[in-house]
Design a protein around this ligand. Structure first.
Ligand code: ACO
Length: 324
């Protein structure tokens, strides 16, 4: 059975950078009080990229996908599977993946979206890995992309300061050389209430609540415990010791969650990739954006063992082990 090997990666962030001070000044005009000090102390976030009105998830996803194709040195016509992880699709349908496929001119292969919120990218990567291992695809684009700013309630300071917009992508190709060597996914639907955007469009009207709502402390606890457990499970399954991991690329929700996780796993800070300070939480885009940043600046190299981890609404979590 072939391995799925990562042969390219790419990322795209909308150009508008909003610092904590700028955000705090803007929120003050809406009588919402926050500060750079509070945000940095509780989350490690210094700034986020915010998409302009009219910029959609498929636009960000297409740019990240093109960057990943360029990095891999292959043309769009070689792609026979596109999976986009997103919770902020352009439309109810068609899927964002079909829109990216059309934008790239990669017509013909399968294209669909995966919805697992902040775990979306590791869910999509695991799905593409299964397609490639089963011989059902040879070259896959796996993308995490979000315009999360579109589902934020800017009067809720407990959530609106945490998120940003962006997209990240990898190209996977069938190979006899190891690639993805382990994957573990999990979910606990009974915890759906701690993180949700429980709205929809029905009969032409918004029904329910279209904004993101979160019980921050419950999410914090469950994120740390589920990620730590998942890391042990995927390592056990792959026969790899945690000490053999060269790079941990966890979901970028909050620096405190990342630090707790690193300590729980005994992984030193020097092996943990952090972009939450610059990007904030970009949900499904956070892991591929962080992975791409560390690959491009030369930290993640050929031969390294990388663990990518997602956690988020659903409640969902997962880990993927990749030999580069
Ligand atoms: N600015 C200033 N004050 C604030 C802000 C803000 N942006 N947000 C909340 N506060 C206030 C609250 O009103 C509260 O004030 P009070 O004591 O007068 O009532 C006080 O700060 C403490 O509020 P808590 O919600 O208890 O703050 P906490 O220490 O739990 O931090 C946070 C909140 C950062 C959300 C934390 O719970 C957390 O990190 N949770 C993890 C959730 C997360 O990162 N989610 C991201 C999405 S989920 C995912 O990706 C997995």
């Amino acid at each position: 059975m072939p391995y799925a090997k990562i042969i390219g990666s790419g990322g795209y962030l909308p150009p508008r950078v909003v610092s904590n001070d700028e955000l705090a000044a803007d929120l003050a005009t809406r009588h919402v009080e926050t500060s750079d000090t509070w945000i940095v102390e509780r989350t490690g976030i210094h700034q986020r990229h915010i998409a302009d009105d009219g910029t959609t998830t498929s636009m960000l996803a297409t740019k990240a996908a093109q960057a990943a194709l360029d990095n891999a040195g292959i043309s769009a016509s070689e792609i026979d599977l596109i999976i986009v992880a997103t919770s902020t699709p352009d439309f109810i349908f068609p899927s964002t993946a079909c829109m990216v496929q059309a934008n790239l001119g990669a017509i013909g292969g399968a294209a669909f979206d995966v919805q697992a919120v902040c775990s979306g990218f590791v869910y999509a990567l695991t799905t593409a890995d299964a397609y490639i291992q089963a011989g059902r695809a040879k070259t896959a684009l796996v993308i995490g992309a979000e315009v999360f700013s579109s589902i934020l309630d800017w009067s809720d300071r407990g959530t609106c300061v945490l998120f940003g917009d962006g997209a990240g992508a990898v190209v996977l190709q069938a190979s006899n050389e190891p690639g993805i060597v382990g994957a573990h996914l999990g979910a606990d639907g009974s915890q759906m209430g701690i993180l949700s955007a429980a709205g929809n469009v029905s009969h032409g009207k918004v029904t329910g609540d279209p904004f993101l709502r979160m019980d921050g402390q419950a999410v914090f606890k469950l994120a740390v415990t589920s990620l730590a457990k998942s890391a042990h499970q995927v390592c056990e399954q792959a026969g790899i010791a945690l000490a053999d991991i060269d790079w941990l690329v966890p979901h970028q929700a909050n620096l405190r969650i990342i630090n707790f996780l690193g300590r729980k796993l005994g992984v030193p800070d020097s092996k943990v990739v952090v972009t939450v300070d610059q990007h904030a939480n970009t949900s499904a885009a956070s892991v591929p954006l962080a992975f791409d940043a560390a690959r491009r600046d030369g930290r993640i190299k050929s031969g390294d063992m990388v663990m990518m981890q997602g956690v988020g609404g659903g409640f969902t979590w997962g880990s993927v082990l990749v030999k580069m």
